[in-house]
Design a protein around this ligand. Structure first.
Ligand SMILES: Cc1cc2nc3c(=O)[nH]c(=O)nc-3n(C[C@H](O)[C@H](O)[C@H](O)COP(=O)(O)O)c2cc1C
Length: 174
């Protein structure tokens, strides 16, 4: 086998290499929303995926420094808004720190939580588990309600937002 294709195993990679590596992985952009003590909160994430069909589980990884983690831990429920093309400004607003970010983006309530109506998809989840994930916490959510639309999803790749041209929207119900 060509040695050039079999790099030496390494004990680890630098944070820079790790970031560089994952900046090249296209990921859908979502916003987690939650409520605690009458206060709503929203945080932009890409570390989100399905986990299990039976039972229906998903996971989202939240930084230990994320204020959202406290909301999810205390309230034990959250929603995930899978963003669509055109929601770039909403994604940027909810990637800020602070308590005022929901005042600069339009939303309505769904399942008692902030919902960005123009999203491509939506999940309502109950917290099943919080697991160690290094400097993040893996939030395992039991999906109790969900909806997908035919809107084109918003992707993040190369540290920028992209709208996929070649993805045909799935037929709802197919
Ligand atoms: C495109 C994008 C993806 C992000 N993905 C994540 C993620 O998966 N998990 C996470 O904890 N933070 C992620 N962030 C960073 C948070 O949105 C950001 O740190 C935010 O200020 C946290 O807010 P909070 O402390 O109010 O929860 C992402 C930011 C952007 C712009």
């Amino acid at each position: 086998m060509d040695g050039a294709l079999t790099p030496e195993p390494t004990a680890g990679v630098s944070a820079q290499s790790f970031r560089e590596m994952f900046s090249g992985v296209a990921a859908p952009v979502s916003i987690v929303t939650a409520e605690c003590d009458g206060r709503f909160h929203a945080t932009t994430v890409t570390a989100f995926c399905s986990l299990s069909i039976d039972p229906p589980l998903m996971l989202v990884a939240l930084a230990r420094t994320s204020d959202m983690l406290g909301f999810v831990d205390r309230s034990r429920r959250f929603a995930v808004n899978i963003l669509a093309a055109g929601q770039e400004q909403t994604a940027l607003a909810c990637a800020q720190k602070g308590t005022e970010k929901l005042s600069v983006v339009p939303w309505v309530e769904r399942w008692g939580l902030p919902w960005f109506e123009a999203s491509a998809g939506w999940l309502g989840c109950e917290v099943q588990d919080l697991l160690d994930g290094g400097d993040h916490v893996i939030v395992v959510g039991l999906v109790v309600d969900c909806e997908i639309t035919t809107r084109t999803p918003l992707l993040y790749h190369g540290r920028d937002f992209h709208i996929p041209q070649a993805i045909a929207a799935p037929a709802v119900g197919a």
